[in-house]
Each structure stands twice: as structure tokens, then as C-alpha cells.
Design a protein around this ligand. Structure first.
Ligand code: XIL
Length: 385
């Protein structure tokens, strides 16, 4: 196994200078002379952020970006639609598609020299009412027809423009869920309709996506899927079953939603390696590291340092496995993070609400810089336009 991306050189940005900048709390600027995460990454690894196009990009003017848009456009070379390509946003009624948010992301990415990861085509969550209501009543053939039409329409619309698709998201439940680790045949309306042979349906969703865009790299994606555990064992079996059946499965994504309330699973690299050994790509698709905060809503110094370590732990697992194609953060600033709305925790992203770069940001930057000696870094997004 090659370790060409492990740390082998002298960091261009020393730890001391990184710390000094971190302490100064310099707000992120879209200064082309400043190093960026995407610009420092090895040429075969994309660094992405999720963004909600409907909320953040409809008013985008390339000649007059706001501060958020400016950082998004310069810091990252990949974008994932945080919600805009989910069923509830894209396909609110049986015969109605709304591509406004998704198109805004595609246009922003194009203007900034970025690539796009699609998210997601088959999931038990964020489905429109009409799908949830029909789910219990569909025959398997009816569910298949609806899903095939959606996949062909959505993947076809962006064919050639999306480099990776999270085709199937969160297919397998956790060991603490009722019934234990198994396919979500109750919660997912499509799997429910086809519960006699859900794997056949899953394989066909990959086939439909592949037909619509033969170039896109097609992923399974889930949370609690970083290390080797009962859930990833089930994914390992599922991946082998799909591949044996000839399904065009190309990748396995670990979301990377971590919390400092739990430990870091050191088996992440080994987990990625076993999927890579099946011939799959791997990716960190939704990284954030949340934590419980004090009564003022602040983290401790120890938590801030540990957060940087955890982000870097995930990046190292990716850098050390050549099959790892992308490392995406689930939003880069705390003001837009999904975490406080869902968990009683916060401070999960790599920049504060005021876009101050946290130590986690500088640690990622340093690791990416260290990973590139002797390789051509990617052209910083925006500079080649
Ligand atoms: C989250 C979004 O960030 C929120 O804005 C939305 O309200 C709920 O979904 N795993 C996934 C993502 O695959 O799609 C989820 O995104 C976060 C968990």
C-alpha cells in the first residue's frame, strides 16, 4: 500500500506561525496570497464544504460576493448541497421539481472553479409528504417507478457536472435502534415497499444513477461509520453483495459527525483501508466536531485543542489512504452549522460565527500543506478563471 500522502516533508507553515495567527484570531479573508485548504490539498484530494444554496447563494454576484460567499469560493474546491438536492427540496410534489437551490450551487461552483458532490437520492429522512404518505401503500413496482424517474431526472440534469454522488444515505440503522443493525426497511419508504428484496432495489438505484451519469463516482454514505464497528461490518457485507451482483457501487463515505462527548475511533484508517481493498473510493463527507458548552455557550481551551485533534484525526485517515478522494466539512462557520438546532452542543465547525479561523482550521491547513511536498498542489479555485 502506498503512503505517498503521509507526512514526509517540512511544513511550509510552521506550527509556531500557525499558533501565532490562531491567537491573533484573524478573520478569514479571500486574499489570493493566503494559503487555503483547497489550495494546499494534494491534487487527488478535494476539500469541500456543505452549503445551503437556497439560503446562501441565490443572491450571489461574482463581482460582489458577501464575506461568507467569498470564503466559500476561495477556501474549498468542492461543494456539497446541504439540503438542496434532497427529495423534500427538489421534488416537493409528484410532478413538481424545484431546482432553484441546486442550480444556484452549480452556478456558484462553476464561477469559482469548484466541483460538486451530489447528496442524496435514497434516504429515510427529508422526504416530501407525498413520499412519506405513499410509502406504506406503494407496491414495490410503484416505488421503483417513482425512484427511477427521480434518479434519472436529477442525476441526468447534472450529468458530467457532479463528480461524486451519495446515492444512498443512512441505509443501515444503529445497534441501539429497535431491531439492531439492519437495513432501514421500516423508516425508508422505498425500502419498505420493496422489503422482500431491498438489496435488489439498492443495486438498481446505483444502476439508474450510473446510466444517467456514467462518470459520477457513486457512494454509500452514513454516520457512525468512521471506525470498524457493527454498522460498518454490515456495510462491508452490503458492499460486497452489491459488487458481487454487478452494481456500479464505487465508494463508501463516512459522514464524520463527531462529538467530544465520545472518544475518537482509531480504527478509521483501517476501516477505510478495508473498503479500499474492495476496490472502492472512500471519503469523509460531512465532518464536524461538536461539544457541550458552558453556561455562557463557550468551549474550554482543552475542548478547542481536542476539536483540532479530532478533525485532524479524520483528515489523517483520509490522507493515509490513497483511495480517499474528498474531505468535506458540514459547513465551515458556526453561524450556519446544523449542530445547535439538533444537539445540545455547539462550536462544531472550523470557523467561529465571525469567520475567525479556529485551531482546527490551522491544524487541517498544516496537515494538508505537509502532505504535498513534491506534488503539485491544486490550482487555487478562482485563480484559474
Ligand atoms: C442536515 C442539514 O445540515 C440540516 O440543515 C437539515 O435540517 C437536516 O439535515 N446527515 C446527513 C445530512 O446526511 O444530510 C444532514 O444534514 C446531517 C446528517
Amino acid at each position: 500500500m502506498s503512503h505517498s500522502r503521509t507526512k514526509i516533508g517540512v511544513a511550509a507553515v510552521s506550527a509556531a506561525s500557525v499558533a501565532a495567527v490562531a491567537l491573533a484570531g484573524v478573520a478569514a479573508q479571500a486574499d489570493p496570497k493566503e494559503p487555503t485548504l483547497g489550495g494546499e490539498a494534494p491534487i487527488d484530494l478535494k476539500i469541500g464544504s456543505a452549503v445551503w444554496g437556497q439560503n446562501e447563494l441565490l443572491d450571489y454576484d461574482p463581482d460582489d460576493p458577501n464575506e461568507f460567499q467569498s470564503i466559500l469560493g476561495s477556501e474549498f474546491n468542492s461543494l456539497t448541497p446541504e439540503n438542496d438536492m434532497k427529495w423534500s427540496e427538489l421534488h416537493p410534489e409528484p410532478d413538481v421539481y424545484d431546482f432553484s437551490g441546486a442550480d444556484a450551487i452549480m452556478e456558484f461552483a462553476e464561477a469559482n472553479g469548484q466541483e460538486v458532490r451530489g447528496h442524496t437520492l435514497l434516504w429515510h429522512s427529508q422526504n416530501p409528504d407525498w413520499v412519506n404518505e405513499a410509502g406504506g401503500a406503494w407496491t414495490c413496482q410503484e416505488a421503483r417507478d417513482v425512484l427511477e424517474d427521480h434518479v434519472a431526472t436529477v442525476v441526468g440534469r447534472y450529468a458530467g457536472e457532479i463528480y461524486e454522488w451519495d446515492v444512498a444515505n443512512e441505509l443501515i440503522q444503529d445497534d441501539w435502534d429497535e431491531g439492531g443493525v439492519k437495513l432501514r426497511t421500516e423508516a425508508n419508504p422505498f425500502l419498505k415497499a420493496c422489503s422482500e428484496d431491498p438489496v435488489a432495489l439498492i443495486g438498481d438505484v446505483f444502476r439508474w444513477a450510473h446510466e444517467a451519469d456514467p462518470e459520477a463516482v457513486l457512494f454509500l454514505n452514513d454516520y457512525n461509520a468512521e471506525g470498524i464497528n457493527a454498522k460498518t461490518d454490515a456495510y462491508y457485507d452490503l458492499a460486497q453483495e452489491l459488487l458481487a451482483d454487478g452494481a456500479p457501487l464505487h465508494g463508501f463515505g463516512a459522514q464524520g459527525h463527531l462529538s467530544l462527548m465520545y472518544g475518537f475511533d482509531d480504527s478509521m484508517q483501517a476501516n477505510f483501508e478495508r473498503f479500499a481493498d474492495l476496490g472502492l473510493k472512500v471519503a469523509v463527507t460531512e465532518a464536524d466536531v461538536r461539544m457541550p458548552l458552558d453556561e455562557n455557550g463557550d468551549p474550554t481551551e482543552e475542548q478547542i485543542a481536542l476539536q483540532a485533534e479530532r478533525y485532524d484525526g479524520m483528515l489523517q485517515a483520509c490522507l493515509n489512504v490513497p483511495a480517499c478522494t474528498s474531505f468535506t466539512v458540514w459547513g465551515f462557520d458556526d453561524a450556519r452549522s446544523w449542530v445547535p438546532g439538533v444537539f445540545d452542543e455547539g462550536y462544531a465547525t472550523i470557523m467561529t460565527e465571525e469567520f475567525e479561523k479556529k485551531p482546527a482550521y490551522f491544524t487541517l491547513l498544516e496537515s494538508l500543506t505537509d502532505a504535498t511536498p513534491g506534488r503539485s498542489p491544486r490550482t487555487p479555485p478562482g485563480l484559474n478563471k
